[in-house]
Design a binder for this molecule. Structure first.
Ligand code: ADP
Ligand code: MG
Length: 702
């Protein structure tokens, strides 16, 4: 492969982008069929990778087909049977035999499958072996007809199974892909050769080909390795560039980090920091003391004490004579900051204010005035902080709590109220490391793993309760209340709209108040209430004027009532792991241990695993890894928010090592050549921007 001049390389790279209709053999109807599966360009077609392989080099004789295993078998079609046991049910059974046994391929309500097979023909099935009435069978196996002469010659012993589409047969799809792969074969590899050599990676051309049509399983694995690395490197390049733009190219404020306010604040804190907290404070102050704009994420499970860590940063800002903003996702939380951090700041002699959507016109005007004059050093609040009318005299620190609730845009909007302000994001969602490195790879991280009260005792115990034991669970609530404690009952269905959630919470609160807890004071909290109503209810609960609070997931974030010790969660199987974990963090926050009872009726293997996980560990990071494994990255974070595309080859579960390598490479490349202008990086830059355009847009606006 000749490398050619830089413009020639760029010109040829563009070939990937030509419409798929220009690919060989792709006529109009095939182009339409391809468009339906998201294949728009020749590059898309060449990268329409198989989602699994049918490995003919490892075919088990039928007698060795063990129920419960996923395997490939081959045999001759012995008999095709179509059964209609009920009016609307068709079952096609295709019996295949080899010299050792017999196995049935079974299809439900796909009568056309019967036409696909001819008796005596040689076929391969791949799928999970089951045993039914003494017969081995596979339901909806992947099928390859081996007897047919039409099988393209580029196929080896490992057959790719591509995502099929209506209007294109498997064989045609393979043929079109093979042609497209040929077509882009002389497009130069975008990866600098030194990286290929460093990591022993296949060339791009070979990897793309082998991913589709591997000679054997090892070659498929090598292909996957190269292509996964490409994805991770491109993503990390975008993140590294973002980080570079923010932290290196701009000059921010070097804060005073040993001033009198900070000293007074330290003295005012009524407890000793955990060592994790001390480390985090040191890391944050270190960032702030430098003139490079800081960009850090503080990760800590609920109850690990992030707020007091943040308070140190606020005091340093006051010592510097600049301003800080701390944004919370809900009004309840914003008020809580003011109530808890405010007094510490008062003692430290730091002026502060609270601004939320429900502030009256007079308060609002006062606050806005105080900000512009610089009289107010610290502002707590909600989304209201990013409104246009909010202007700071000199904002030098933006803190965003529970940051996954805010989009990148909102984070930015707050930061841009200052010029090159330091940024600290805090989250109680224990993000698995691999996810943190991809989603927030532009941020440095500080972790709080210890709990302040950590004396080895678990603070919260979680149990699964069958609905038959409902009365016992209610008795537990009653007994807690008798001892002066309080309880939450969470009865929202996560999939339902706010309105439906609110209705079910309201109905449940009514039922409980009238039938179950007639002697107790029951309140209700839903997302449908106005924020003033919500606030009032929370205040009554905090003041122990309510015994039981029936709530939707609005209590998930940050609510802190140390006297609440019991939580019942209805329909727990419908909640995600992260959400359950967040919820249970609401109890056991004070002197008394917490008890969480999950009413659950898990029906799928996945939801059973989730229930098992949440009962068996209180370590949020362990749960997060489990969640990632069970549900995939998209589900975990809500893809829309981070603005980065899904990885298609790389896996955040299996490729953690590769991710570290790619991240290191990316940081090294950006440090040496921030704009990827060196000849050996031009193609890499184009490819990285093509793949993760949004990541790079952020760079120019960040
Ligand atoms: P998070 O925001 O991480 O969930 P908080 O900041 O709300 O946690 O802290 C939880 C509770 O623990 C608060 O009541 C806080 O005052 C208390 N706390 C924080 N750090 C310590 C500590 N080092 N020792 C004792 N209590 C602490
Ligand atoms: Mg908090």
């Amino acid at each position: 492969m000749s490398s050619g001049s830089v413009p020639a390389r760029i010109g040829r790279l563009m070939r990937w982008q030509r419409p798929v209709g220009e690919a060989r053999f792709v006529d109009r109807s095939r182009a339409e069929a391809l468009e339906r599966v998201g294949v728009h360009t020749i590059g898309d077609l060449a990268r329409h990778f198989p989602f699994r392989y049918l490995d003919l080099s490892d075919v088990r004789p039928l007698v060795k087909a063990l129920p419960g295993t996923e395997i490939t078998v081959t045999g001759r079609v012995h008999k095709v049977t179509v059964k209609r046991p009920r009016p609307r049910l068709t079952i096609v059974e295709v019996a295949i035999t080899d010299s050792t046994g017999i196995l049935l391929g079974v299809w439900f309500n796909q009568p056309y499958m019967a036409e696909r097979f001819q008796e005596g023909e040689h076929v391969a099935f791949a799928g999970r072996v089951e045993q039914d009435f003494g017969f081995l069978q596979m339901k909806n196996p992947f099928v390859e007809r081996l007897g047919s002469a039409e099988a393209p010659s580029h196929l080896g012993r490992v057959l790719p199974i591509h995502r099929a589409t209506e209007g294109l047969t498997t064989n045609w799809l393979r043929r079109l892909i093979a042609a497209a792969v040929d077509d882009v074969a002389d497009v130069p590899d975008f990866l600098p050769v030194r990286l290929r050599i460093r990591h022993g990676l296949l060339s791009e051309r070979l990897a793309v080909r082998a991913m589709h049509f591997p000679r054997d399983v090892a070659e498929a694995a090598a292909a996957r390795q190269r292509l996964a690395y490409d994805e991770l490197l491109c993503l990390q390049l975008g993140l590294a560039a973002r980080r570079h733009t923010i932290t290196v190219e701009r000059s921010g404020i070097a804060h005073i980090t040993d001033g009198p306010s900070l000293q007074r604040l330290r003295a005012a804190i009524p407890f000793a920091l955990t060592s994790d907290q001390s480390t985090a404070v040191a890391e944050i102050l270190d960032d702030m003391g430098s003139s490079r704009p800081a960009n850090r994420m503080l990760l800590g499970d609920v109850g690990t004490g992030k707020t007091v860590v943040a308070a140190h940063a606020l005091a340093a800002v006051a010592d510097t004579g600049t301003q800080a903003a701390m944004m919370a996702p809900t009004e309840v939380l914003a008020v809580q900051y003011a109530e808890r951090v405010g007094p510490l700041l008062d003692e430290a002699g730091v002026s502060w204010a609270l601004l939320t959507g429900s502030a009256g016109a007079k308060t609002r005007a006062e606050v806005l005035g105080g900000l512009e004059s610089g009289e107010i050093s610290v502002l707590f609040g909600t989304h209201a902080l990013i409104e246009k009318s909010v202007r700071f005299q000199r904002l030098s620190l933006a803190i965003v709590d529970e940051q996954h609730r805010f989009g990148v845009v909102q984070r930015l909007a707050l930061r841009q109220k200052g010029s090159a302000a330091d940024m600290l994001v805090m989250t109680a969602t224990p993000i698995p490391r691999s996810l943190a490195l991809t989603r927030f790879g532009d941020l440095e991280t500080s972790y709080l793993r210890q709990r302040p009260h950590g004396d080895g005792e678990p603070r919260v115990t979680t149990r699964l309760v069958t609905k038959a034991h409902r009365d016992q669970a209610y008795e537990e609530v009653r007994s807690a209340v008798r001892q002066g404690r309080q309880a939450y009952i969470v009865c929202a269905l996560v999939d339902e709209s706010d309105a439906l959630q609110a209705r079910s919470a309201n109905a449940e609160a009514k039922r409980l108040a009238q039938e179950v807890f007639r002697d107790l004071r029951v309140g209700v909290l839903t997302g449908k209430m106005t924020s003033a109503e919500r606030l009032a209810t929370m205040q009554r609960f905090r003041a122990a004027e309510l015994d039981v609070l029936v709530a939707t997931t609005v209590i998930e974030v940050g609510v802190d009532v140390p006297n609440a010790t019991v939580m019942l969660i209805e329909d727990a199987e419908r909640f995600g792991l992260a959400q359950l974990h967040q919820l249970r963090g609401r109890v056991g926050r004070g002197r008394y241990p917490g008890s969480v009872l999950l009413f659950a009726d898990p029906k799928t293997a996945e939801s059973r695993s989730r229930m098992k996980a949440v009962v068996s560990t209180t370590d949020g990071f362990v749960l997060a890894e489990e969640d990632l494994r069970l549900r995939g990255a998209g589900q975990l974070m809500g893809e829309a928010q981070h603005g980065l595309p899904e990885l298609s080859v790389a896996s955040l579960v299996d490729d953690v090592d590769l991710l570290d390598i790619a991240r290191e490479d990316a940081r090294e490349i950006i440090a040496a050549d921030p704009h990827l202008g060196a000849p050996e990086h031009v193609a890499l830059g184009i490819e990285a921007k093509r793949r993760f355009a949004e990541g790079w847009t952020w760079v120019s606006s960040g």
